[in-house]
Design a protein around this ligand. Structure first.
Ligand code: GUN
Length: 301
């Protein structure tokens, strides 16, 4: 048994456990423990007169974005960090948004800046992300941070794939030499995920929405990271026996219930380990945002 066995629980509390064979990768528990560790480091840093601070900017009224940013701000409180939420109407000009970012770049009480995506169509997303100081870019989306990851010298890392790496680590999954299949090639998840797995020694296949015979690829995988954005898209017949499956999806099923990209019921009968939705990647994404803000304050304040 590895020291990580604590994070694997035998059955999903919301699922009939009768023929489920996969271990459950308990993202919520890993997040809780990691946040306790972050809190200790925040306390130590505060004793030296530096209280880590996160600024979150939300433009417009996308309901999902509202939920995400309020969870991010709330979590700062849990670990004793300072946070500010700036909300602007959908018709905010790009110039005004850039002015706010420049002000936060030089604000000594702020160590992390996050602009929630998506932005309204009239605002150039790339221009906004490049305006954030790379040392405060806690999303890891700035070209400098994306390039640092690509050249194998990661600085601030994208939160979701960073969280997935921690989940794999805590579940005792061997990444070196494994074949990892990443489904989805976005800048937020798929691309940085592939680079982090590559850096850790995996052989990578990156699939996208146009991939022919997706199941042919997924069946080769020792590790599957599903970031497709389609409810219950990955089914048990697409998974090799014993594979580790991480579900990045956040969808609604036919009954309006929150579900992932992975069909938990069929996949949990063949996989070696699987992460649930909710309670998997979601809490880890927020936790790694807190970790990035802490690291930005420790390194750059
Ligand atoms: N929208 C969806 N995911 C993310 C994320 O990780 N960061 C930001 N800023 N916006 C998002």
């Amino acid at each position: 048994p590895s020291r990580f066995d604590f994070y694997i629980i035998a059955a999903h509390p919301n699922q009939p456990s009768t023929d489920m064979t996969a271990h459950l990768i308990d993202g919520k528990q890993i997040a809780t423990d990691t946040q306790a560790h972050i809190k200790e480091r925040v306390t130590a840093l505060s004793a030296r007169g530096i209280n880590p601070g996160l600024a979150v900017i939300l433009v417009g009224d996308n309901p999902a974005s509202h939920v995400y940013v309020s969870n991010k701000v709330k979590s700062c409180g849990v670990v004793g960090m300072h946070s500010v939420l700036e909300q602007y109407p959908a018709d905010l000009s790009e110039t005004k948004l850039l002015e706010r970012i420049h002000a936060l770049n030089i604000d000594p009480s702020i160590h992390g800046i996050l602009v929630q995506l998506p932005l309204p169509a009239h605002i150039n997303e790339h221009a906004v992300l490049e305006a954030i100081s790379p040392i405060k870019d806690v999303d890891g989306f700035h070209l400098i941070n994306a390039g640092a990851l690509m050249t194998g010298q990661p600085r601030l890392r994208a939160c979701t794939p960073y969280g997935v790496m921690k989940m794999l680590e805590h579940s005792g999954t061997e990444i070196r030499g494994a074949h990892a299949v990443v489904i989805g090639a976005s800048n937020i998840v798929g691309k940085p995920m592939a680079l982090m797995l590559l850096q850790a020694g995996a052989t990578i296949t990156v699939c996208n929405s146009k991939t022919r015979d997706l199941a042919h690829h997924t069946r080769q995988a020792d590790i599957i990271v599903a970031a497709v954005g389609r409810a219950k898209f990955i089914t048990g017949d697409m998974v090799k026996a014993g594979a580790v499956v991480i579900d990045v999806g956040m969808n609604r099923d036919e009954n309006g219930k929150l579900c992932g990209d992975v069909d938990f019921e069929s996949v949990s009968k063949v996989a070696g380990a699987v992460s649930p939705v909710p309670g998997g990647v979601g809490p880890m994404t927020i936790t790694m945002l807190l970790m990035n803000t802490l690291e930005a304050a420790e390194k750059y304040a």
